[in-house]
Write a protein that binds this ligand. Structure first.
Ligand SMILES: Nc1nc2c(ncn2[C@@H]2O[C@H](COP(=O)(O)OP(=O)(O)OP(=O)(O)O)[C@@H](O)[C@H]2O)c(=O)[nH]1
Ligand SMILES: [Mg+2]
Length: 195
């Protein structure tokens, strides 16, 4: 899809004052640490190193804003559920996310990335409840599908569909690129719907 052909990293923001001063619509990623949020952004943008992908959990520390075709932003955020974070870091994480959700009226939708092998953890269910409560249309993306056989994938999809009461979850892999067009199309449909 043409929109995704020209993507660029805009800014890393550690606080609200650093969020880019534009009113382009934004779609925010959410998900556990190390689940594959940054990899999803790279796959959508078809660039290998647009967003930093980590070997160790906790790679993304701040909010990263990416411009997709100068049409909208994807916002990469630190993952939750990272066990070894200090109290101070956790506080900062909470503040940053509150700043984001509390002030970004241009945020039109969220992508909740979950590990297809695990389904939604308690943290994921909390996050889903939160984004739904603030009225954000949310796409559930079950990633790392390349780790499962075809039949395991189908089973996992059913489990996640039940957990989320959502019939439109995307099965995705940053490795095989399964599902990438579905997630791109969903982003574009959200942009349309927000006009
Ligand atoms: N096999 C496989 N590995 C993946 C996939 N997506 C991500 N990974 C791997 O999972 C690890 C974490 O990926 P990231 O994209 O950095 O995850 P993240 O959610 O951005 O992590 P944080 O920034 O720490 O919250 C990396 O080693 C990736 O290569 C996938 O679809 N399949
Ligand atoms: Mg990341």
């Amino acid at each position: 899809m043409k929109t995704f052909a020209t993507s660029k990293w805009l800014i890393t923001a550690a606080k609200k004052e650093q969020f880019p001063a534009t009113d382009l619509p934004e779609i925010v990623l959410a998900g556990r640490s190390n689940v594959g949020k940054s990899s999803l952004i790279n796959a959508l943008a078809n660039v290998n190193a647009l967003a930093f992908v980590g070997k160790r959990a906790g790679k993304t520390r701040y909010l990263n804003f990416f411009s997709i075709g100068d049409v909208f932003h994807l916002v990469d955020v630190p993952g939750y559920g990272f066990a070894n974070r200090s109290k101070e870091e956790l506080k900062q994480y909470g503040r940053l996310m509150e700043d984001y959700f509390g002030s970004r009226t241009q945020c039109i939708a969220a992508i909740l990335v979950v590990d297809i092998r695990l389904g939604l953890t308690d943290d994921d269910l909390d996050m889903l409840e939160y984004v739904r409560a603030i009225g954000l249309p949310t796409k559930i993306v079950a990633t790392k599908s390349d780790k499962l056989s075809y039949s395991q994938r189908l089973k996992a999809k059913t489990v996640i569909t039940t957990q989320t009461a959502d019939n439109n979850i995307a099965v995705f892999s940053a490795e095989s690129k399964e599902g990438v067009e579905e997630v791109r199309a969903w982003c574009l449909s959200q942009l349309e719907a927000s006009r």
